[in-house]
Design a protein around this ligand. Structure first.
Ligand code: FAD
Length: 486
């Protein structure tokens, strides 16, 4: 099959789909082709504008026909792009389709940074298939070892029930990719707490890749990264009674993986946390941590982040950033003519606004996909675009341990250097508020719980309000700061 497109997009994740939707809305007369290796595409639904810059939304998986029926000028091809021939402006898929394009956007996401490749006892969590595999194995598991300290590990540790969990983290506090040690302390009692909320059925329909013929997807090409509700209401139950049993090992990394007989031959000792039930030593796999402790488990979950899929089209000599992403400028253009990139695959290589940082999140994949589309349209008609205002302030809204979490600006003081002042308000089990002030101005904030401070804090950061005289009262619960700054 030979296709011709004004705009081509590679990848059916949030970045690629948002790019296709925006292109279609901006330019209904053009011809758009989206090529995706996953049989289901990701769409954003139930978008709620929480404040001017904070959005909350759901991510749904839909069949490709959904996009084609809602956007008449978009054609979706289910195949993996094998070659990007940027010189001749042609994409070639592994099943022989070729697509000629004027502008192309790469939205191929990332792949899990698995601690050990090709070990049957090590599982990386990335897409729907890998979660299904995880659920299947968990059903027969007594104990698992979770390696990693980001969002995926945090959610997993909270969701798994009926199975002991050894949580091995390289930092001194939990969930450090998102929150500081103080907030980690706030969450700590939740780690082993019985869950009170019941599992409610999801209101929306979930499509599944199960049973679909995915032959066009080579083994090294992943499906779309999971969306924000990837762990909600999924059955994550082991074969034991009871709710949570989590033991945390701080400041460690994985040193070695052994089989049980290797441990026995070497005369090494297997640890058993005193609060755990499993005192057996018939584990299929054992992990030695860098503190010398050895734990047995049924399997290991590697939740140590993702690396961009930038290896796929390396023949084009893309400039690659230190974190492995394809570098893009402030128009989402790569160094290769007419090739744009958006979402997890790319690394923002412009000089960022003072309160913005890149994090590989669904919200940023959406923002980048949308802005890349605007930029592609402008480029086709030789017009200019200015960087979208969503890149002025970092915002992220999520849930950890069933608490609402909002992160604003330089929420962990990233790159602020000396002279930071930290203001805290902390009520155990209710809320944790951290405000970072530098030179009298609010630079970032962590808001956990129903604080109702997000809109005011967002304005304080963006409007660069001088708080020198007011900072003593900024977190005073008896003062309505919203009124004060109105
Ligand atoms: P992806 O969603 O990865 O999509 C990439 C697409 O490209 C896929 O369709 C893939 O099949 C396709 N593709 C790849 N190679 C090819 C090829 N050669 N040819 C054709 N198609 C190809 N973010 C949050 O904000 N909140 C969360 O709670 C959260 N939880 C997460 C939990 C997990 C387990 C994971 C893995 C990620 C999570 N993230 C979360 C991150 C978020 O999911 C990603 O940042 C986001 O989905 C990236 O979107 P994307 O479109 O750039 O890439």
């Amino acid at each position: 099959m030979n296709l011709k497109a004004d705009f081509a997009i590679i990848g059916g994740g949030i970045g690629g789909v948002t790019c296709a939707e925006t292109l279609s809305h901006l330019n209904p007369d053009t011809n758009i082709v989206l090529i995706t290796a996953s049989s289901l595409i990701k769409t954003v639904t139930n978008l709620v504008q929480v404040s001017e810059r904070i959005e909350s939304f759901d991510v749904e998986e839909k069949p490709k026909s959904y996009l084609e029926s809602t956007l008449p000028n978009v054609q979706v091809v289910h195949a993996a792009v094998a070659i990007l021939d940027s010189e001749n402006h042609i994409l070639k898929t592994s099943d022989g389709t070729s697509v000629g394009y004027k502008k192309v956007c790469i939205c191929t996401g990332g792949r899990p940074k698995v601690i050990v490749e090709d070990n049957p006892f090590v599982l990386g969590i990335r897409d729907t298939e890998s979660v299904q595999e995880f659920q299947k194995r968990l059903k027969n598991a007594r104990r698992i070892i979770v390696i990693g300290n980001g969002g995926i590990a945090t959610e997993l540790v909270y969701e798994v029930e009926g199975c002991e969990v050894i949580w091995a983290i390289k930092d001194k506090s939990i969930s450090s990719a998102f929150v500081d040690a103080g907030a980690a302390q706030f969450f700590l009692p939740c780690v082993n707490k019985e869950k009170t909320e019941s599992r409610k059925p999801l209101k929306r329909h979930k499509y599944t890749e199960e049973g679909k013929d995915d032959v066009t997807r080579p083994k090294n090409v992943t499906g779309g990264a999971l969306g924000p509700d990837w762990s909600v209401n999924r059955d994550m139950v082991g074969n034991q009674q009871g709710s949570h049993k989590v033991h945390i090992e701080y400041s460690v990394e994985m040193a070695n993986i052994f089989k049980l007989d290797e441990i026995k031959t070497n005369g090494k000792k297997i640890e058993n946390p005193s609060t755990f039930d499993q005192i057996t030593d018939d584990w299929p796999v054992c992990v030695e941590l860098t503190n010398g402790k050895i734990y047995g488990a049924d399997f290991i979950v590697s939740a140590t982040g993702v690396v961009p899929n930038s290896h796929q089209f390396s023949a084009n000599n893309f400039e690659i950033a230190e974190d492995g992403g394809i570098k893009v400028n402030d128009k989402m253009e790569t160094n290769v003519k007419d090739v744009f990139a958006a979402g997890d695959i790319c690394t923002a290589s412009w000089i960022p606004a003072p309160h913005w940082i890149q994090m590989r999140l669904w919200s940023q994949a959406r923002q980048m996909g949308c802005y890349a589309a605007k930029s592609m349209v402008a480029s086709l008609s030789n017009e200019d675009v200015t960087l979208d205002f969503c890149f002025e302030l970092f915002t992220h809204m999520t849930k950890f341990f069933n608490y609402k979490v909002i992160l604003l600006g330089k929420f962990n003081g990233q790159g602020l250097g000396e002279g930071q002042e930290i203001l805290l308000r902390f009520t155990e089990g209710v809320e944790y508020v951290k405000a970072i002030i530098q030179d009298g101005h609010l630079q970032g904030a962590v808001l956990i719980g129903e604080t109702d401070l997000e809109e005011t804090f967002e304005n304080l950061i963006l409007n660069k309000i001088d708080l020198t005289l007011f900072k003593e009262h900024l977190l005073d619960p008896n003062i309505d700061i919203e009124d004060f700054f109105d």
